[in-house]
Write a protein that binds this ligand. Structure first.
Ligand code: AN7
Length: 360
């Protein structure tokens, strides 16, 4: 039996398609190469003939798709001698920035909305050793502060306005095409700052142009009802949603994402918080896949559009699950209040009785 070389991250794998040189020092944690899992039970529940796959980005080193962009952004920052990076974040970007800065041996400053990021993400930013600036404001205010401060302070912005971020993130499309042997008919994503949908479209277009695949998906972007600037056609001043990762009112990649939607023949839509959480729970309880609330917007939106017939039967659909469910334990536990959490004696009869009671 032969052994394959150890996987060492997406820059090494896609070196020819990324802006790195032979002697570039690559800052990697082995990101990418994430599972594309075919759903078995949800299509049956929907009673529709569709193939649904989820791209499980929660298995990246810091638990979200942000690692794909961050390996590129930090590699390039280090290449030009930057000693510090900075970002505004709803949580996942700050976790990734903090981790890759630690790996590179440089400093990370992260601006996060006080009280509005999931517990796991906060733990990550602290643990990886970032300087955490909790602002009394939302992501959009943080983003605007970051852009201003970077004009004078010696820091490199690693939000997705940094073009290397999207370069790294486009590799997810490459992996989807390689796993399926073709591009899907529809690709569904949650949309916050709108960088990821733009990056996926770049990736699909690149593989199409080079003849790796001869089809491209329709790009479907789903937003939370209380944070849906693409549906409103204008920025939202006070975005609000339980899916704190996408609690964003003024997407920085607006034009790119709009172009992706229009060129692909796709659409944007919005979901209530209730529908987002319902989809999160369905994925966990019927497929064994635990994603964070924002991620579930992709599957929730896809299920609705499959049921209505907007997504055609016979289609192949890929939904990106952008982040790991463990990022936000509070929201998960709050949703499972109906689960019996009774303590029993640490004795065999008590356990036997409990099992019998459950079987009733
Ligand atoms: C789980 O971390 O913007 O539309 O600051 O964490 O590319 O912004 C997070 C975004 C979807 C939206 N799902 O992606 C941040 C941040 C999860 C996310 C999105 C985010 P974009």
């Amino acid at each position: 039996m032969g052994f394959r070389a150890r996987y060492t991250g997406l820059i090494e794998k896609y070196r020819d398609r990324l802006p790195v040189h032979d002697d570039t020092r690559i800052i990697s944690l082995g990101e990418g190469n994430t599972p594309l899992v075919k759903l078995h039970n949800l299509p049956n529940l929907l009673q529709k003939d569709v193939d649904i796959y989820v791209k499980y980005e929660g298995s990246n080193p810091t638990g979200s798709f942000k690692d794909r962009g961050m390996t590129m952004a930090v590699t390039k920052a280090v290449e030009v001698g930057s000693q510090a990076i900075i970002c505004a974040s709803t949580g996942n970007t700050s976790a990734a920035a903090a981790a890759y800065a630690a790996r590179a041996g440089i400093r990370a400053f992260v601006l996060i909305p006080e009280g509005k990021i999931a517990l796991g993400k906060l733990a990550q930013a602290f643990m990886y050793g970032a300087t955490v600036l909790q602002i009394r404001g939302n992501f959009d205010q943080g983003m605007s502060l970051v852009k201003k401060v970077a004009e004078t302070a010696p820091v490199t912005i690693v939000n997705s306005i940094n073009p290397y971020r999207l370069q790294g993130q486009k590799t997810a499309s490459f992996e989807v095409v390689e796993a399926l042997g073709f591009a899907p008919d529809y690709h569904c994503l949650p949309v916050g700052n709108a960088g990821n949908i733009s990056a996926y479209w770049m990736g699909y277009c690149e593989y199409y142009k080079d003849g790796v695949t001869n089809n491209k998906p329709k790009m479907l972007g789903y937003q939370a009802e209380g944070a849906a600037p693409f549906l409103q056609g204008a920025p939202v001043d006070y975005p609000e949603t339980v899916a704190t990762a996408i609690r964003i009112g003024n997407p920085q990649s607006w034009n790119k994402a709009l172009a992706a939607q229009q060129e692909s023949g796709g659409w944007f839509d919005k979901l209530s918080d209730e529908k987002i959480l319902e989809a999160q729970k369905m994925l966990a309880q019927h497929e064994g896949i635990f994603c964070e609330p924002a991620s579930a917007a992709s599957v929730g939106g896809a299920m609705r559009d499959i049921c209505s017939g907007k997504i055609l039967e016979g289609s192949r659909v890929v939904c990106t699950l952008t982040g790991n469910g463990l990022k936000d334990p509070d929201t998960a536990i709050a949703q499972c209040h109906s689960v019996k959490q009774v303590a029993i004696a640490a004795e065999l009869p008590a356990v036997e009785k409990a099992i019998l009671d459950y079987m009733k």
